[in-house]
Design a protein around this ligand. Structure first.
Ligand code: F6P
Length: 546
């Protein structure tokens, strides 16, 4: 990897600082008034997704400088390195090849000299055959009954991607099978998921890249016990459990027949794994053809990211705008606002994708970053959010860039609901950009004393993403768009977007505390005084339960 000077020393960064000082006072009202074509000029389209980024506080110079920054940070080189299977996940010494999961069979992608595309397609074939069997009823449970419920057990990337995709593609999902997702180690999650299920008709998919994650294993053990309580014979596990993992040994040790395991590889990060066999629940829900259409959408965006000049490259533009807002406007959070009820879990999915990838303060060179990295990502579907937190978006003291996502055709026409939904989306981006001055408020008859309360500064940045309709292909393109935008941001911030060391300490401490909670004797605790007192209080009150 070419050695790149610290980010803030780069001339391109310095140039952006100077440029920011010069244009930060500009208002979107002025920018639009001066350029009648702005709404079309600052827009780009790829893989069926139209991105309007004109309502951001940028000029043509801003774009030029941001692209220069991307080049200075070696983005082109890093994209090539990722696609060609180099070990760009430096701290874990791994290749990063989720793009290989959606590559057509004709492509060759080498990892350590071996083409991985054939194995990817072999697993896809097995998934398709299995999903056909389950969906058609040919796969039967231990007592000969067909499967009526699929329960996905997994957490983090082994849950958020699958549940998001299941909800997003529900329109295309079979209604013959019910899908549930258990992630939390809180027993309530498991109990509520299975309380009304018939074990003879239930299939569990245990999803875990490592097959060591304590929450997933605890839930998988609970599921096996629940099944065996009803079925007695341990042979039943074979018909009611499948696993998705990279760890065949641990799967076998758990008692799942390796024949019922779908594999993937260490070059697929957990939060980038929903297009691998981790998506088995998605395929069971929507069928192999729709799953393949989703992969095609992902691939179309992958190709666009790989080959398109940065000025017209959607993930690059979105990534650079995120940098612009975080580092030059000090935006600490970013909202993702899908105007589609099917995308209700999309913000939660993006939280892991973005924050586990780029929530880092140590650079690849091992220095402390002296600039902000990932903003906090959050969001809710529109129009619900409008009646909740949009007040702060419009009139709060913080600048919160927003991504609005909408579709031109609804999957569920109901009277004029879709026009109403989209009218709200367009209105929100317009209001956030242009606001309403105190003069305008007064001209509407607002008394002087109220005019400040009823005015809107505007100048609040938004992107609008518009696609024809929420198809599997469109969902795939949208996911890859955000994946590569996150990568772009990580490259600029000079961090490893593919490790997650920050989750380790809490896991290790929980492992130390667990035996202390279960010990029969009350040996002295050796934590800090707060943790000791909390543990004692918890155990004391827990043990009074009759
Ligand atoms: O704890 C974080 C994490 O490692 C995520 O990166 C990952 O998606 C999740 O846990 C689940 O891991 P696994 O699939 O190995 O159970």
């Amino acid at each position: 990897m070419t050695r790149i000077p610290p980010l803030t020393d780069l001339p391109a960064w310095q140039a952006l600082k100077t440029h920011h000082a010069a244009i930060k006072g500009l208002h979107l009202r002025q920018l639009f008034a001066e350029d009648a074509g702005r709404g079309q000029r600052f827009a780009a389209e790829a893989a069926g997704i139209y991105l309007d980024y004109s309502k951001n506080r940028i000029t043509a110079d801003t774009l030029r400088l941001l692209v220069r920054l991307a080049e200075a940070c070696g983005l082109r080189e890093r994209i090539d390195a990722m696609f060609s299977g180099e070990r760009i996940n430096l701290t874990e010494d791994r290749a990063v090849l989720h793009v290989a999961l959606r590559a057509p069979a004709s492509e060759r992608i080498l990892v350590d000299g071996i083409d991985v595309v054939p194995v990817v397609h072999a697993v896809l074939e097995r998934m398709a055959a299995f999903s056909d069997q389950v969906r058609s009823g040919r796969w039967q449970g231990h007592t000969g009954r067909r499967i009526r419920t699929v329960v996905n057990i997994g957490i983090g990337g082994s849950d958020l991607g699958p549940v998001m995709a299941y909800e997003a593609l529900r329109h295309y999902s079979t209604r013959d099978i019910d899908f549930r997702f258990v992630s939390n180690v809180d027993g309530t999650d498991f109990k509520e998921a299975v309380s009304d299920l018939a074990p003879e008709e239930t299939l569990f998919i245990v999803c875990s890249k490592t097959f060591t994650t304590s929450e997933t294993l605890a839930n998988a053990h609970a599921a096996r016990q629940w099944l065996l309580d009803a079925m007695v014979s341990s042979r039943a596990v074979r018909r009611h459990f499948v696993a998705v993992s990279t760890n065949a040994e641990a799967v076998a040790a758990f008692g799942i027949d390796p024949v019922n395991m779908f594999g993937f590889w260490d070059w697929v990060g957990g939060r980038y794994s929903m297009s691998s066999a981790i998506g088995l629940s998605t395929m069971l829900a929507v069928g192999a053809d729709n799953f393949r259409a989703m992969l095609a959408g992902l691939h179309a965006m992958d190709q666009h990211f790989r080959r398109t000049p940065f000025e017209r490259n959607l993930p690059v533009l979105m990534g650079l705008l995120a940098v612009w807002h975080a580092n030059f406007f000090d935006a600490r959070t970013m909202a993702v606002l899908p105007y589609d009820q099917y995308l209700k879990r999309f913000p939660a999915y993006l939280q892991q994708l973005t924050m586990e990838s780029n929530g880092k303060h140590v650079t690849l060179a091992g220095a402390r970053a002296d600039y902000q990295t990932s903003p906090v990502i959050w969001g809710e579907p529109g129009t619900n959010g409008q009646h909740s937190f949009y007040q702060l978006l419009h009139q709060g003291t913080q600048l919160i860039p927003c991504d609005f996502i909408g579709f031109c055709q609804t999957l569920n026409p109901v009277a004029h609901h879709h026009d109403l939904l989209m009218a709200n989306l367009f209105a929100q981006t317009e209001a956030l950009a242009f606001g309403k001055t105190t003069e305008e408020a007064r001209a509407e008859g607002t008394p002087d004393w109220l005019s400040m309360h009823r005015s809107f500064e505007g100048n609040r940045p938004t992107n609008t993403l518009l696609a024809e309709r929420l198809t599997p292909h469109a969902l795939g393109a949208l996911i890859a768009l955000y994946e590569h935008s996150v990568f772009t941001q990580g490259v600029v911030w000079q961090i490893d977007s593919f490790d997650q060391w920050g989750v380790e300490l809490g896991k290790a401490l929980a492992q130390r505390i667990m035996p202390e909670l279960q010990a029969a004797d009350r040996s002295p605790l050796a934590h800090d005084s707060s943790t000791n007192a909390l543990i004692r209080r918890y155990v004391g009150i827990r043990d009074t339960r009759t």
